[in-house]
Design a protein around this ligand. Structure first.
Ligand code: ZN
Length: 155
């Protein structure tokens, strides 16, 4: 059963699935090159042909555009990171402050290089997107009110 914040993340991802186009071949090449064929979190070398590397989501609510994608090994991608904050996760993965600073700036450089959304949007798309995002926030706020009301009711 998903928690309210997980449900919110799933809704945001569903929106992104519609709005953000998939990474192009050129964007994937750029990503592999930027991270030097290594996991953005633990630094493990990844063979592009081996299928052990993944183009992971940096933030679980952040969408499918290139801004929110990093290279990650199978372990970091699936089992360990999940819904956690990437900065907190990265801290655990780095043995020294130097490594942490180095990897964090590599990720931040990648994020800074890309726009919020992948591709141009018409005014109509922009408005429909804002409406959908607003509904997600309203859903979240409504669930929190509901939880408090239920709690008060059972006391
Ligand atoms: Zn890793």
């Amino acid at each position: 059963m998903p928690s309210v914040s997980q449900a919110k993340n799933i809704m945001r991802r569903a929106i992104s699935e519609i709005v953000d186009s998939r990474l192009t071949r050129a964007q994937k090449d750029e990503l592999w090159e930027h991270f030097g064929s290594s996991c953005a979190f633990c630094g493990e070398h990844i063979e592009r042909t081996s299928r052990t590397g993944h183009v992971d989501h940096l933030e679980s609510s952040g969408g499918n555009g290139p801004k929110n994608r990093v290279l990650a090994c199978a372990r970091c991608n699936g089992d360990e990171k999940r819904e956690r904050d990437w900065r907190e996760f990265l801290r655990e993965k780095c043995e020294s402050a130097d490594l942490l600073a180095q990897r964090q700036s590599l990720i931040e450089a990648w994020v800074a290089k890309h726009p919020e959304r992948n591709g141009e949007m018409s005014r109509e798309v922009e408005e429909a997107l804002q409406k959908a995002e607003r509904l997600v926030e309203e859903f979240h706020a409504a669930c929190i009110r509901l939880r408090e009301a239920v709690k008060a009711n059972s006391m």
